[in-house]
Design a protein around this ligand. Structure first.
Ligand SMILES: Nc1ncnc2c1ncn2[C@@H]1O[C@H](COP(=O)(O)OP(=O)(O)OP(=O)(O)O)[C@@H](O)[C@H]1O
Ligand code: SF4
Length: 262
């Protein structure tokens, strides 16, 4: 089915990138947020669309829980966000919907939200391949999204699911822009010794094997947890706080490689 209204609404957006993960809890939403913060701190206009309808975490991570405002502009910096989390009566409300209702919600997000000019629209998805993925891929089909970034942790059990995710992308004709290995070791804040809690290098090996770009590896960083658990109430001040976090240097490199892949 044709969806020209989606194309019209997204016409002023340069790049649309989906963020996917095979398994839950590997840090997909926090990597989406870090990509957004990193791009915003480089002066890009960034929007984040959260289509993890049953577990939206982007509003909480950006400190927007319970707020109506979901866009902030300061000078050249611009960060916008849309999530079902803004539409629920409270943060403990659960969404128990079948496929057609989820599809309708995603279509509404893609046709009704006015983003204005954006350099990047990052779409955070649920783990695995579900109704939400099929819906977003179908609605974006004619408009041709740039592709997908896949998040994994280094251990074998997560990597098996990543192969499935890559195969899904191939099946639906979604280019894989690259892979990020998250939670790749823990750097001790006292002695800077790196302990490979979940082993390391598995993501890079898999990327080589599947012939997709490896965007980089991000270690476990307690400062990120603090940043995302207690974000500032001003949307753009989280960009400034993140710039002081060690992980921001790593994500700067990841964003540069993402730019190259685009
Ligand atoms: N590199 C990291 N360093 C420290 N904590 C991290 C890192 N990456 C993710 N986390 C933490 O791990 C938890 C899970 O991350 P997140 O919610 O991003 O995972 P997810 O893959 O999106 O989960 P879901 O399956 O619910 O969509 C969060 O509390 C997050 O702050
Ligand atoms: S040396 Fe080992 S135990 Fe000591 S602070 Fe570093 S990681 Fe922790």
């Amino acid at each position: 089915m044709s969806h020209p209204e989606v194309g019209e609404r997204l016409a002023s957006i340069k790049h649309v990138v989906l963020v996917l993960s095979g398994k839950g809890g590997v840090g997909k939403s926090s990597c989406t947020v870090q990509l957004a913060l990193s791009l915003a701190s480089q002066g890009r206009k960034v929007g984040v669309l959260d289509i993890d309808l049953c577990g939206p975490s982007i509003p909480r991570m950006l400190g927007l829980d319970g707020q109506q405002i979901h866009q902030a502009t300061a000078g050249w910096k611009r960060l916008a966000c849309m999530s079902i989390g803004f539409l629920l009566p409270d943060k403990n409300a659960s969404v128990v919907w079948r496929g057609p209702k989820k599809n309708a919600m995603i279509k509404q997000f893609l046709t009704d939200v006015y983003w204005g000019d954006l350099d990047y629209l990052l779409i955070d998805t649920p783990p695995g391949t579900s109704d939400e993925h099929l819906a977003v891929v179908e609605y974006l089909q004619e408009w041709s999204p740039d592709g997908a970034v896949i998040i994994t942790t280094p251990q074998a059990v997560a990597l098996t699911d990543v192969k499935k995710e890559i195969n899904f992308c191939h099946k639906v004709g979604l280019p894989v822009l690259g892979l990020i290995e998250n939670m790749s070791g823990f750097v001790c804040p006292h002695c800077s010794e790196c302990t490979n809690v979940f082993s390391t290098g598995g993501g890079e090996g898999l990327a080589g094997h599947m012939e997709i770009p490896f965007l980089g590896r991000a270690p476990i960083d307690p400062n990120l947890v603090m940043l995302l658990e207690r974000p500032s109430k001003r949307l753009l001040s989280i960009v400034e706080t993140y710039e002081r976090c060690e992980l921001s240097k790593i994500f700067k490199g990841i964003c540069e490689r993402l730019d190259e892949a685009l």
